[in-house]
Design a protein around this ligand. Sequence first.
Ligand code: 9MR
Length: 576
Amino acid sequence: YEPDTGPRVRVNQVGYLPGGPKHATVVTEATDPLPWELRSAAGTVLTTGDSTPRGVDAASGQRVHTVDFSAYRTPGAGLTLTVDGETSHPFDISGTLYDGLRADSLQFFYAQRSGIAIDGDLLGPAYARPAGHLGVAPNQGDTDVPCQPGVCDHRLDVRGGWYDAGDHGKYVVNGGIATYQLLNTFERTKTARTAGGGAGLADGTLRVPERGNGVPDILDEARWELEFLLRMQVPAGEPLAGMAHHKVHDRNWTGLPLLPHDDPQPRELHPPSTAATLNLAATAAQCARLYAPYDAAFASRCATAARTAYAAAEANPTRYADPQDGNGGGAYSDGDVSDEFYWAAVELFLTTGEQPYLADLTASPHHTGDVFGAQGFGWGSTAALGRLDLATVPNGLPAADLARVRASVSAAADSHLATLNGQAYGLPMPGDRGSYFWGGNSNIINNAVVLATAYDLTGDARYRDGAVQAMDYLLGRNALNISYVTGWGDRTARNQHSRIFANQLDPALPNPPAGSLAGGANANLEDPFAAQLLAGCAPMFCYVDDINSYATNEVAINWNSALAWIASFLADQGDA
Ligand code: 9MR
């Protein structure tokens, strides 16, 4: 299988910030530097230079050169780069490139909402659909959902929230990191020097039903999930009260396509887990401090849920979700929840300032250990979420400890910079096979989040430039010459695995909305379609834009939340 990868000159197909880094990669057998030309849309040569041979790139297996045209800073549209007789896809140089991506990446969450009709006037006529999982036939849930046999005696109303990904499952663990990242995208603007006080996230910036209610739209969107997470908590008086059910989903896997309101499967609550409970504690604690100015009653409900959940997790510290519990929904199991304990303690400390939470976080091995790692954080590795918040949200940590926490973010950013400088495609992810795994695009972005946070903390432009280069990879500077964000670039992902946005299978259905991120190259080939088609692929080639390949290209809330965070950061940079 040889995909058509188009011109051998790979650029960020969306473009470059005027004052930011501008890098491209050229696939060529040439061993000596090659001349390059940057041209205007009209074909005028704007500037020239020579490429740098980089030898064979491990992740792609390609012999490549890199081009650095950072010195050219004049805004323009439809520019191209020509090297070795090949001309790149067109791109812009503009300080407003990421404004629209900030909105589109956040808009994805409205498209994933469960329990509410999607309004075509808000999202576009092709995306209108009836509410799903409100117990209207053929749906059997989520308003009165029983537990799996033998799990519990109660039934819960767990309507709402976001569908996790291309399936109709709703998982507290993954909902947690996605909610955290949306809330953190907002919280960042309270302190970050470039964030303009959060104007880009204000009320009226998104097409959500709640716009115009005086609350920043990103908080309206995150609240849709928070209300669901709160509903997943086991009620007082029941066994394991205060814990959160791990997940709710169909008894059996359904086929594609399937709109939510057409899903006939019984829905079931799966056993409470310590990890889910700590995800609830952490995000509810964020909720308590961030919604207080807008809705004191909701904030206080969150505060109570956070405290109760944390206490329940402490009383039940080893209730792990079963790794085999993967029929009808994903397992999201995690045999080490020490990182979730750290994250939850941090969020509760940041919200309450109380000594026991400080004592717990200080005693955690994650408070001093390396929580960042080369491959980034994700749903099963959440200590970095706590560390990043401790470094940025004002708090009463002793000064020396706070300085150490902040220095740890810069140290991780330094190491991500070293990694990306070693990659001919400029991404902050090592080039070995093991670094190309399920959903890895989000880990690449999460490494960019660390770089961006280091920039917010220090003002050192090298960190911001590293975050920009991560986006170059996602938006087209890669071996496949594809933008992994639907609608953002000349050639973009559009057939991601989804039961809802299944245009490939039914032309009456839409493709994923603009701003939907695909999971990315996965060298483990964990779905049958990829395993058959892509056998033997070099890591960066292990991706296919086909709806059947759920392990390389699915959409997911935790991946789009990473995209929203970094798009918002980059939108804030302006001309940089
Ligand atoms: O993102 C998850 C990835 O880390 C796991 O390796 C994979 C297999 O367990 O599951 C991914 O999450 C999927 C979840 O289980 C079900 N909904 C779709 C998610 C994205 O593919």
